[in-house]
Design a protein around this ligand. Structure first.
Ligand SMILES: [Zn+2]
Length: 281
């Protein structure tokens, strides 16, 4: 599933090709994409409108239109955009400069939703916490979210209202970087650990964006290129391999039904207070 770095990579490639362009023809080929709304009505709303911006919020892509409408796209498992015709296309947009943008989705979980200006912000704000690379995402904000939850740390991090755009891959990578066990109760982290975690989340996402995301299964950027972040994974998908920090074998478990990888030595479940400056005296 595309996470923040993959969606940001897609946004950065779509923006220069779409901004200023009029959507001359919009053909939606799969009623699942727009349900419960009728695909012809959605296509008609979009046709003739002009793109003023392509933005990202969490894992959502937002195509802002001159009329004030916004096309909100969630790629879910396998949605992607491409400028060249491809298999499994669920929608095709023709642009006034002769360009063609296809939306493909093998597993068909992706969604297209058209909202007007006043609906957009409340809709996005209800589903997404602050952007982890923005100024509102601070250690104190993260701490306030974590202390209210007894759930396993990783499960809380996957809640989009806590960390917008973080998913299974980058959550595991950030936890390894922060040396925190994914099964620790979220409300038991020390202030030092929360600070480490918030830094690790940002560093992991920035590394993903720099490498144009990671390429697993169906994710391909609109220009057809593949990202390289998968080569940098320290734990995700690496069970049986040695930890790059301590050489102990990476372990796989499940948290909230999701495959979860961690180093049992660097990310211990039981944390001793020895050597900690925040432990009880
Ligand atoms: Zn290790």
């Amino acid at each position: 599933m595309p996470e923040l770095p993959e969606v940001e990579t897609i946004r950065a490639q779509l923006a220069p090709r779409l901004e200023g362009r009029t959507l001359v023809r919009v053909e939606i080929l799969d009623p699942r994409l727009t349900r419960p709304f009728d695909l012809f009505e959605i296509a008609e709303e979009l046709e003739g409108d002009r793109v003023v911006g392509v933005e990202r919020r969490g894992k959502y892509l937002l195509v802002r239109l001159e009329s004030g409408l916004g096309l909100l796209v969630h790629l879910r498992m396998t949605g992607s955009f491409g400028f060249a015709p491809a298999s499994h296309e669920r929608a095709v947009i023709e642009l006034d400069d002769g360009g063609r943008l296809g939306y493909r989705d093998v597993r068909r979980f992706g969604t297209w939703l058209v909202l007007d200006g006043v609906e957009l912000e409340p809709y996005l704000a209800a589903k997404n916490g602050p952007e982890p690379l923005g100024s509102r995402f601070t250690a104190s904000w993260l701490s306030a979210e974590l202390v209210r939850r007894r759930a396993p740390l990783k499960a809380v991090l996957l809640d989009q209202r806590v960390v917008a755009g973080l998913g299974n891959i980058y959550a595991d990578e950030a936890l390894w970087r922060a040396r925190l066990n994914p099964l620790r109760p979220a409300n038991e982290l020390s202030a030092d650990e929360v600070a480490r975690l918030s830094r690790a989340i940002r560093a992991t996402l920035r590394a993903g964006i720099e490498r144009q995301g990671s390429t697993l299964r169906d994710y391909v950027a609109p220009d057809g290129a593949t990202g390289s972040m998968q080569d940098e994974f320290r734990v995700y998908g690496r069970d049986g391999e040695p930890c790059q920090r301590c050489r102990v074998t990476i372990t796989k478990t499940r948290v909230g039904g999701r495959g979860t990888w961690f180093c049992p030595r660097c990310q211990p479940l039981e944390v001793s207070n020895a050597g900690s400056d925040t432990g009880p005296t």
